[in-house]
Design a protein. Structure first.
Length: 752
């Protein structure tokens, strides 16, 4: 990030050199970059076969190679993170207090908590927003600056020299070493107020004579809200290959230590926890698997009508599943929705082999053969049949095992787990099942009361099946016609049924973007964002709302605010997440100059960028003018489709800008350069960090800018003075004129 820089500077001087080096990283399938005021992002998507850790090393090497071509005044070097930007945070924490300033909360969150959380295994990125680091702000008034003939660069030089942090040497006295210490640093606004900037007419001009000096924050264009209360937000994103449950549990284990280190007046809460619905869905899958096991055992008992004959296949079910767990552990799989679904389906498969073996052994026992001999004979006879059954079931999953892409990567675990369970069932049915039959089954000369009571019912089922089978055989032509119609109807329905990647989930978590006009001011954005937050929080199905606005945390650009919603549990609320979003869309559509875009968070998000919607269409062209022409046309056409809502574009080419047109001849006569003009404007409106204060935990800055009231109109550009090499202040309006126009470049770059 580069504080106060214009977007075109970021696009050219930061994103472009990085892109050139990152294009040489192997395994990159797509590269996108976006530049906004104060920050630039380059997102790389890699081939699924590329190891993410090896790719990270290559990315770091590319960043190092691009460093010489980056601007020298970057506050920090570019950093990489192993995350999916399209994925929602797994946890959102909020810090609130009625007494502690938000700048101090942000300092604690970013300097201590974020550093600790970043070290947690599985965490890919920890973002902090809602405020900025503490700073001493020197907010100048152009009128006394002009009166005392003081240049902004001159003030910046004084502030820079007011702080020093360099070696001083040491003394050796009587066998002792005494390091030299000086009061070379000042940390509070009250100490800066008395700094002498210049002397005029024999009297010192102090910093407080030129404006106000206050203890504040580095960037005042930040806001965070949690449940309607000002807050500092922390959001945690996981690494792409990390287990979300384990990662969230590791983070939560640190929260008691964090709370113990905070003052009693500071509250640290979990505003959003994505693992709640995941845990619930896994628990539901586990419950369904237990119900499936119980139903399988019940069905086996109803048809075999023998206690020991039911017990033997019932043993094969848990033994097969336990053996499958061992295979899953060796393969590095976890118990998630897909693997649990495979285990639930496998419950019916693993009992089939055992039932076939038992039935064949029971047939020999009923014919008078001793149980042990019947077990050996029955297993030998049916062994090849059981083997062919199992192999045929596994063969069904071969196409899934061979699938590529994201779908193949997802369902490969499902197919492998199911295949493991079938193989384990095959081994158990040919080993454990015959052994238990030989030891537990007895020759029965007469059946029990339950068997006799249900025998008539089973005989009726057999006779009905025989009659139906005979009717089918007698009317083969009609049966073939029915089959043809069924196949045709299947093909037709397959074509007509809508296709999709995954069903829409209702996770109870909703995220959104409040997007204002491209030239909206921070003050107007905050006003509109608070209105949206209040409207959303008043909905009866919404439990908590968190929001950040402005440049907080590197989210989006200066005309956006981000909002996160946690809905009440499904048993409490009456509407689905999509219904709630539709209701909120109607409720908030009346705000002029800003729009709220909401989307239900999904457990699986594909894509390498944050967006206002779940579906994205990327338009690329080598010609910038072609993009300017066709981008709005595509958006306009999509907005006319009745199936689509919340159509937006990240093509930002209509933002307004105040242009300063320099008369270079006049500037040259005055001894001024374009660099001097840029520096003066940056001093006035860029929140320039002119000095560093070093403390034990972090480094803090002295920020130089005009008072905020002078930012509110382009007319105040005429109040800016530029100092000539001779030390004379010259009004900017004396050698430049001002116009308003379109921002030159502020749309995302696409590359590959």
């Amino acid at each position: 990030g580069l504080p106060g820089a214009s977007p075109e500077i970021m696009a050219v001087s930061v994103a472009t050199p990085l892109e050139k080096q990152l294009t040489h990283v192997s395994g990159v399938t797509e590269m996108t970059s976006r530049s906004s005021i104060g920050s630039a992002y380059v997102v790389l998507q890699f081939d699924l076969n590329r190891d993410i850790n090896a790719a990270a090393r290559d990315v770091q090497a590319a960043i190092n190679a691009a460093t010489p071509f980056l601007p020298a005044n970057l506050p920090s070097k570019p950093r990489y993170r192993k995350i999916n930007p399209a994925d929602a945070p797994i946890l959102i924490l909020s810090m609130t207090s009625d007494t502690v300033p938000r700048a101090q909360l942000y300092d604690i969150a970013s300097s201590v908590f974020a550093q600790k959380l970043s070290q947690v295994n599985g965490v890919g990125q920890v973002g902090v927003g809602g405020s900025s680091l503490p700073a001493v702000r020197v907010e100048l008034n152009p009128q006394p600056i002009s009166k005392y003939n003081v240049g902004l660069d001159q003030i910046g030089s004084v502030l820079q020299g007011a702080n020093a942090h360099s070696p001083k040497g040491e003394l050796s006295v009587s066998g002792m070493t005494l390091p030299l210490l000086t009061t070379d640093q000042i940390f509070e606004a009250k100490d800066y107020k008395n700094l002498i900037v210049v002397s005029r007419n024999g009297a010192p001009v102090r910093l407080s004579d030129l404006g106000r000096v206050v203890d504040s924050t580095e960037d005042i264009r930040n806001m965070g809200l949690s449940r309607g209360v000002p807050a500092v937000m922390l959001w945690v994103n996981r690494q792409p290959d990390a287990n979300i449950i384990e990662t969230a549990d590791r983070v939560k284990s640190l929260l008691p230590r964090f709370r113990a280190s905070l003052p009693p007046t500071v509250n640290l809460n979990i505003d959003n926890d994505r693992t709640v619905t995941i845990r619930a869905s896994v628990l539901d899958a586990e419950r369904n698997m237990m119900i499936a096991i119980g139903l399988v055992i019940l069905v086996v008992f109803l048809f075999l009508r023998n206690g020991w004959a039911t017990f033997i296949p019932s043993v094969s079910v848990p033994v097969s599943l336990i053996a499958t767990f061992g295979a899953m552990y060796l393969a590095g799989y976890s118990l998630d929705n897909l693997s649990l679904m495979a285990l639930t389906i496998a419950t019916g498969f693993v009992v089939d082999d055992a039932i076939v073996v038992i039935e064949n052994i029971m047939r020999h026992i009923e014919s008078g053969i001793r149980p042990l001999q019947a077990a050996l004979l029955g297993a030998r006879e049916i062994g090849f049949t059981v083997l062919s059954m199992s192999i045929s079931l596994i063969a069904v999953f071969i196409p899934i095992l061979m699938m590529g892409g994201i779908v193949g990567r997802l369902f490969r675990e499902f197919a492998v787990v199911l295949s493991f369970s079938i193989l384990m069932s095959l081994m158990i049915s040919l080993t454990l099942t015959p052994m238990m039959c030989g030891r537990l089954l007895k020759t029965q000369h007469r059946h029990g009361r339950l068997y006799n009571l249900t025998e008539k019912g089973f005989q009726w089922i057999l006779s009905t099946y025989a009659s139906a089978l005979q009717a089918v055989l007698d009317h083969s032509l009609a049966v073939m016609l029915v089959m043809a119609v069924t196949v045709s109807a299947t093909v037709y329905l397959y074509i007509q049924i809508p296709k999709g990647f995954f069903p829409q989930q209702d996770t109870g978590s909703v995220s959104g973007v409040i997007e204002g006009q491209q030239h909206i001011s921070y003050q107007a954005l905050v006003e509109k964002a608070k209105w949206f937050e209040k409207q959303v929080r008043s909905d009866p199905d919404v439990e908590t709302v968190s929001m950040i606005a402005g440049n907080s945390g590197g989210f989006g650009s200066g005309n956006q605010a981000r909002i996160w919603l946690v809905l009440k549990p499904l048993g409490v609320r009456t509407d689905s997440a999509d219904d709630v979003i539709a209701r909120l869309r109607r409720k908030t559509e009346g705000m002029p100059g800003a729009t709220l875009y909401l989307q239900s968070n999904q457990d699986l998000r594909i894509g390498g960028r944050q967006a206002n919607a779940q579906y994205q269409y990327t338009l690329q062209a080598q010609d910038f003018q072609a993009l300017q022409e066709w981008g709005p046309k595509v958006v306009d056409r999509l907005q006319k489709l009745p199936q689509i809502a919340d159509v937006s574009s990240d093509q930002e080419t209509s933002g307004l800008a105040s242009n300063v047109i320099i008369d270079r001849d006049t500037a040259s006569r005055l001894g001024l350069t374009a660099q001097a003009v840029d520096s003066a404007l940056y001093d006035a409106f860029g929140q320039r960090q002119v000095s560093v204060m070093y403390k034990s935990i972090n480094q803090y800055h002295v920020v130089l800018a005009l008072e905020q009231q002078w930012w509110e109109s382009p007319e105040f550009l005429q109040q800016v003075y530029v100092q000539t090499p001779r030390g004379t202040d010259v009004p900017l309006s004396s050698f430049a004129h001002f116009t308003e126009g379109i921002t030159p470049i502020s749309l995302p770059h696409q590359g590959q």
